[in-house]
Design a protein around this ligand. Sequence first.
Ligand code: MF3
Ligand code: CO
Length: 247
Amino acid sequence: MISIKSSREIELMRQAGKYNSLVMKEIAKNIKVGVTTKYLDDVCMKKIKEYGCEPSCLGYEGYPASVCISINDEVVHGIPGKRKIKNGDIVSVDLVVSYHGYHADATRTFIVGSVPKEVEDLVKNTEQAFYEGCKVLKDGTRIRELGAAIEKYAHDHNLGVVEDLAGHGIGSEMHEDPEVPNYDDGSNIRLKAGMVIAIEPMLNLGTKDVYIEDDGWTIKTVDGKPSSHYENTVLITEDGYEILTGD
Ligand code: MF3
Ligand code: CO
């Protein structure tokens, strides 16, 4: 079932989105060479609590941290730990916070120091793929049209589109219907004003193929090439959309 949010729910999700952005900014400030991903998780947890929010990922199906931090060839769901950030890393921070029971989900990929031009372009183009998808959004858009727009932009830039993971509806649950793939899956489900979805292209410098690490969480590229991730929580409106996790 795909839920249509009430104006009260939308207002709470705007608040959750605002706090998500503030926590993300605090994490961003602390991403530096030599810092451990566990330290970033601590910063995240502290800020979430300060804002009266909850970390949605902590304890979700046993996930052990308040945020997912995935570096280079890690696509998503990297677990914070002792590992230190290095010059030339790309660091994806995937953050979900809840406020009065409503979730907001966003991801940013940060470049640390200097990276090859192709990696810089990967990060930029993943963000742009999100916005290319948004251009088709309005009441009545089919989910496949959103996926097709993201996929076209990615393929035009020679990037692999991860198909094993997708965006999702979001609200009082972190993951709700519908599934929101980053490619044309042929489904004719339509978006309606009042739906809220997390749109999250995961694009690879190499092929689309991914696998799951022995820790049971971390998803990595099979070819070892870097992957970038960009995500916002988005409200569908009559004639367009509103990003709830923007600045
Ligand atoms: N934003 C991530 C997702 O939509 C949240 C993962 S939380 C975790 O998949 F607990 F599953 F890691
Ligand atoms: Co998500």
